[in-house]
Design a protein around this ligand. Structure first.
Ligand SMILES: Nc1ncnc2c1ncn2[C@@H]1O[C@H](COP(=O)(O)OP(=O)(O)OP(=O)(O)O)[C@@H](O)[C@H]1O
Ligand SMILES: O=c1ccn([C@@H]2O[C@H](COP(=O)(O)O)[C@@H](O)[C@H]2O)c(=O)[nH]1
Length: 234
């Protein structure tokens, strides 16, 4: 099993059936899984997306300045992070939100050495506000934080059960890769993650696993070392 992981949770998936916002039942199920994965003895850092609230590249932001829209997107990840922290703490665990955009009343500022200390002490750390910079994504933030905290693997829990030859939501004939290289994701232009996130993992040899967070128990399984979804390596 893994000793330290960076778990990327899809913001969009947190909305569950409703398509927007946070499904209260679903977030508690996710928190329960995180607690079970933590009980295995794994140190867990988390990045949550913001697609259930706002994305800088979404249709609703088409007339906006991109930087302003991305600021809104990053703030939406803070909302998700606070909700997840609350759900995790309801399970008796200690959890810290560290934000890449300073907001002292709401969350700690992201300081790498403090994050490492929290993890070593067994606290779950949620990295909020992405990278703190516009024109990036939370997948890229997850890759970056995975490298910074020296995670064994980046686990991307999302709404699809792996990486397919094409987007499975619009291509029912697409087939799934059990294993794929960074280069093939980039060469085939597979949009399951943005190219910056994939390149960062490739350049730093950070393995990734893409799997579904909709199926209960998957987070515990992957943290326990089970191979689910699609594994990405060199
Ligand atoms: N080749 C592909 N294989 C698998 N999924 C793909 C592929 N191409 C596109 N996708 C899409 O990628 C999405 C997952 O990535 P995306 O970054 O959009 O969402 P997320 O990270 O789950 O959500 P959020 O941004 O809210 O955190 C899936 O919903 C899937 O439809
Ligand atoms: O480093 C970052 C991370 C995110 N953003 C903005 O936030 C939204 C939500 O993130 P998702 O990865 O799409 O879930 C994203 O669309 C960006 O607008 C950012 O600017 N910088």
């Amino acid at each position: 099993m893994y000793k330290r992981v960076l778990l990327k949770l899809s913001g969009e998936a947190l909305a569950a059936g409703s398509g927007f916002g946070i499904d209260a039942i679903f977030i508690h199920k996710i928190a329960e899984e995180i607690a079970a994965a933590h009980a295995l003895g794994c140190q867990i850092g988390i990045v949550v997306g913001g697609g259930n609230f706002f994305r800088g590249v979404a249709q609703q932001a088409i007339d906006m300045d991109r930087v302003a829209a991305d600021h809104m997107g990053m703030l939406s990840t803070v909302i998700n992070s606070i909700a997840l922290q609350d759900a995790i703490e309801k399970r008796g665990l200690t959890c810290r939100v560290m934000s890449a955009i300073e907001m002292h009343q709401v969350a700690e500022p992201y300081i790498r050495r403090r994050a490492m200390r929290h993890l070593e002490k067994g606290r779950i750390v949620i990295f909020a506000a992405g990278t703190g910079n516009p024109f990036f994504s939370t997948d890229t933030a997850a890759s970056l934080r995975a490298m910074e905290i020296k995670a064994d693997i980046l686990l991307k829990a999302t709404s699809v059960d792996g990486i397919y030859t094409a987007d499975p939501k619009s291509n029912p004939d697409a087939t799934k890769f059990d294993q794929i290289t960074y280069n093939d994701i980039l060469r085939l232009n597979l949009r399951v993650m943005d190219t910056t996130a994939v390149s960062l993992c490739k350049d730093n040899n950070m393995p990734m696993m893409v799997f579904s967070m909709k199926e209960q128990g998957n987070i515990v399984r992957v943290v326990g070392g089970e191979k689910l979804g699609s594994l990405v390596t060199a």
